[in-house]
Design a binder for this molecule. Structure first.
Ligand code: ZN
Length: 134
């Protein structure tokens, strides 16, 4: 395990970026990961130019899930909604930068699940984190 990435994850966990909630979110969604007890809520504000100009998350859970959400909020700033929808599993795993085992995969990807479900307006039943086609 690379120490730089481990430190980076702990830093995002201890000092999460963009936490809280927005006054007027255009998109908001919450999901949980019952396997680990992680809960995440993500709120976006998309402006008239279709740019995400505000993003906030709140939640609780393990270091991986919270760090992943914090990193994702940094990726989302200034992107269009279409660009946000294109963020992949690999982008999240690259940002985390450590080997994620099968047990932790749902923790690592919870933030992406919240984003995709929120951005597309999908219900939880439509969304399957085991599906690779996202
Ligand atoms: Zn977790």
């Amino acid at each position: 395990m690379d120490d730089f990435y481990k430190e980076n994850i702990l830093d995002h966990y201890r000092n999460p970026r963009n936490t809280g909630s927005l006054d007027n979110p255009t998109h908001s969604h919450e999901e949980n990961n019952p396997l680990c007890g992680d809960v995440l809520r993500l709120e976006l504000h998309v402006n008239d130019n279709n740019i995400i100009d505000e993003v906030a998350f709140s939640g609780r859970g393990c270091a991986i899930s919270q760090a992943s959400a914090s990193m994702l909020t940094e990726m989302l700033q200034g992107k269009t909604l279409e660009e946000a929808k294109a963020i992949s599993k690999e982008d999240i795993l690259d940002a985390l930068g450590i080997e994620i085992g099968p047990v932790r995969m749902k923790c690592a990807l919870l933030s992406l699940k919240v984003l995709k479900a929120g951005a597309y307006g999908l219900s939880e039943e439509d969304w399957n984190t085991d599906d690779d086609n996202w």
